[in-house]
Design a protein around this ligand. Structure first.
Ligand code: FAD
Ligand code: NAI
Length: 476
C-alpha cells in the first residue's frame, strides 16, 4: 500500500516549500517532492529562487557592489585603496555558500514542521478513491498518494529560437550566475529584470556590457518617470542598452565567443561580438515530467496550469501556485499563494491581494514599486494626484553619498487613497515595504504625511513624497 498523505506538494521552491510548511502547521500530514540536485547529486531545496535565482543573484549583486564601491566610491570618503583585486573563485564560492545555507535552512524547517521530503521527480499517475497517486522517481521509484495536491513546479528560462543554451557561451540565469572569469565583453538579450541585474553584476566586475532589448520602451511595465531616471543612471554607469532592436542570427563560435546579428532601432544592420551571451527574455511555466495528461489537468496555450483566482485547477483538490500559473513570476507571490492554498484546504479564507504585490529590481539605483503606474491610471481615466521627492534633498542619502532617484506617490484625486508608489534610489527594496502596508490598509497620502519618520532616514523621502501630493514638501 502506498504512503498516504493529506497534502502532497510537487516542487520545493518558495511556493511549494512554504505551502508544505503552512499545511503542516495547520495539522495536515504533508509530503513535499522536489527534484533539484546540487553539484553532488544531493537534494537542494528552494527551487529556482534559492539555487539559480533570487538568492545567488543578490549574493553576487552584493559582492560586485562592494567591488564597485572600493574601485570608484571609497575615494570620495577619503579611503584610499591600493592593490585592489578580484578573486572570482572566492566570490562564486561565497555565493554557493549562501545558497547552501538557504538549502539547509529548508531541510531544517521541514524537520521542524514534520514535512516528509522526497527527493525525485513527482508525476501524476492516477486519480483513485478520492485521492491522487503520485509517482516519485528518485534514487528509487515509489508511489505515494495525497487527498490534496499542490503543484508548484515553477518555471524555466525561455530560450531564443536558434540559440540553445550551452551554459558555456550562451547562458540562461543558471550559467550567468557561475561565470568563472570576468568576460571582457558580455552581451544580454532582454533588458528586463534579469538583464538589468545580471548586466549590473558583470559591468561592476569589469565587463563591457551590451543589452539588446526588443521593445522601444525601457522597462515598459515600470512607471515611466521612474524608468527614465533609472535609464539615466545606467547610461552614466556605462551599461549600454540598445532599445527597439530586432535580434537576428546568433552564432556560437565556441572558444571565440558569440556573434549576434541584429537590426537597430533605425533599421540598420549591426553585429555584436561578445565572449558570453546571457539570454533573459522571460520564463516559461514548467510542467516537464509532471504528466498532467494522466489525470486530465488542464494547461493553457502557453503551457501554464489553468487556475482560478483561488489557485484551484480544473480537478477537484488539485491546486497550482507560483510561476507555473498566471500572474507575476515572483518568489513572494508564489509564497503568498502557497500560504493561501494551505489555508483554503483547511477551510479558511486564505487571500492574496494582487494589487499590493511589490516589485523590486536590485540594481543600483534600486527600483521598487507597488500599485498602479501613472500610465495605468491615465489609461483607466482615473483622476489622481502625484507627489515626488528627490533623494538629492534627503539628509541620509547625502550622508550615504547616494542621492540618485526619487520617491513618487500617486493618490486618488478625490479620496486621497494611495494608488501606487514608485521608487528609484538607495534601498528602494526596503522602503517599498512601508508603502505596501499603507496600500494594504488603504491609507491616504495624508496618513503617511502625518506619520513620524526617523531622522535622518531614507524613509523621510516617502513621507515627503506624501507631502508633495498635497504640494507641501518641507525639505524641497
Ligand atoms: P521554483 O522556484 O521554480 O521551484 C520549483 C521547484 O519544483 C524546483 O525546485 C524544481 O526542481 C521542482 N520541480 C519541477 N518539476 C518537478 C517535478 N515534476 N517533480 C519534483 N520537483 C519538480 N523573484 C523575486 O521575488 N525576487 C527576486 O529577487 C528574484 N530574483 C530572481 C533572479 C533570477 C536570476 C531568476 C531566474 C528568478 C528570480 N526571481 C525572483 C523569480 C523567482 O525565482 C520565482 O518567481 C520563484 O522561484 C517561483 O517559485 P516557485 O516555487 O513557483 O518555483
Ligand atoms: P522579463 O520579462 O523581466 O524581461 C524580458 C525582456 O526581454 C523584456 O523586456 C522583453 O521585451 C525582452 N525580450 C523578449 N524577447 C526578446 C527578443 N527576442 N529580443 C530582444 N528582447 C526580447 O524577463 P527576465 O528578465 O528573463 O526575468 C524573468 C522573470 O524572473 C521576471 O519577469 C521576474 O518575474 C523574475 N525575476 C525577478 C527578479 C526580481 O524580482 N528582482 C529578478 C530576476 C527575475
Amino acid at each position: 500500500m502506498s504512503k498516504q498523505f493529506d497534502v502532497v506538494v510537487i516542487g520545493g521552491g518558495p511556493g511549494g516549500y512554504i505551502a508544505a510548511i503552512r499545511a503542516a502547521q495547520l495539522g495536515f500530514n504533508v509530503a513535499c517532492i522536489d527534484e533539484w540536485k546540487n553539484a553532488k547529486g544531493g537534494p537542494a531545496l528552494g527551487g529556482t529562487c534559492t539555487n539559480v535565482g533570487c538568492i545567488p543573484s543578490k549574493a553576487l549583486l552584493q559582492s560586485s557592489e562592494h567591488y564597485d564601491h572600493a574601485s570608484h566610491h571609497f575615494a570620495e570618503h577619503g579611503i584610499e585603496v591600493k592593490g585592489l583585486g578580484l578573486d572570482m573563485a572566492k566570490m562564486i564560492g561565497r555565493k554557493d555558500t549562501v545558497v547552501k545555507q538557504n538549502n539547509d535552512g529548508i531541510v531544517y524547517l521541514f524537520k521542524k514542521n514534520k514535512v516528509t521530503f522526497f527527493h525525485g521527480r513527482g508525476s501524476f499517475a492516477a486519480a483513485k478513491d478520492g485521492a491522487y497517486e503520485i509517482k516519485v522517481a528518485g534514487a528509487a521509484e515509489e508511489v505515494i498518494s495525497g487527498k490534496h495536491i499542490i503543484v508548484a513546479t515553477g518555471s524555466n528560462a525561455r530560450a531564443l529560437p536558434g540559440a540553445p543554451f550551452d551554459e558555456e557561451n550562451i547562458l540562461s540565469n543558471d550559467g550567468a550566475l557561475r561565470i568563472g572569469a570576468v568576460p571582457a565583453r558580455l552581451g544580454l538579450i532582454g533588458s528586463g529584470v534579469i538583464g538589468l541585474e545580471m548586466g549590473s553584476v558583470w559591468r561592476r566586475l569589469g565587463s563591457e556590457v551590451t543589452v539588446l532589448e526588443g521593445l522601444p520602451t525601457f522597462l515598459g511595465a515600470v512607471d515611466q518617470q521612474i524608468a527614465k531616471e533609472a535609464k539615466k543612471a545606467f547610461d552614466k554607469q556605462g551599461l549600454k542598452i540598445a532599445l527597439g532592436v530586432k535580434v537576428g542570427e546568433v552564432k556560437n563560435n565556441g572558444k571565440k565567443g558569440v556573434s549576434v546579428a541584429y537590426t537597430d532601432a533605425k533599421g540598420e544592420a549591426q553585429a555584436l561580438e561578445v565572449d558570453k551571451l546571457i539570454i533573459s527574455i522571460g520564463r516559461v511555466a514548467n510542467t516537464i515530467g509532471l504528466s498532467p495528461e494522466a489525470v486530465g489537468l488542464a494547461l493553457d496555450e502557453r503551457g501554464a496550469i489553468v487556475v482560478d483566482g483561488d489557485c484551484k485547477t480544473n480537478l477537484p483538490n488539485v491546486w497550482a501556485i507560483g510561476d507555473v500559473v498566471r500572474g507575476p513570476m515572483l518568489a513572494h507571490k508564489a509564497e503568498e499563494e502557497g500560504v493561501a492554498v494551505a489555508e483554503r484546504i483547511a477551510g479558511q479564507h486564505g487571500h492574496v491581494n494582487f494589487n499590493t504585490i511589490p516589485w523590486v529590481i536590485y540594481t543600483n539605483p534600486e527600483i521598487a514599486w507597488v500599485g498602479q503606474t501613472e500610465e495605468q491610471l491615465k489609461a483607466a481615466g482615473r483622476a489622481y494626484k502625484a507627489g515626488t521627492f528627490p533623494f538629492l534633498a534627503n539628509g541620509r542619502a547625502r550622508a550615504l553619498g547616494d542621492t540618485t532617484g526619487m520617491v513618487k506617490m500617486l493618490a486618488d484625486a478625490a479620496t486621497d487613497e494611495i494608488l501606487g508608489v514608485h521608487i528609484v534610489g538607495p534601498m528602494a527594496s526596503e522602503l517599498i515595504a512601508e508603502c505596501v502596508v499603507a496600500m494594504e490598509f488603504r491609507a491616504s497620502s495624508e496618513d503617511i504625511a502625518r506619520i513620524c519618520h526617523a531622522h535622518p532616514s531614507l524613509s523621510e523621502a516617502t513621507k515627503e513624497a506624501a507631502l508633495a501630493v498635497d504640494k507641501r514638501t518641507l525639505n524641497f
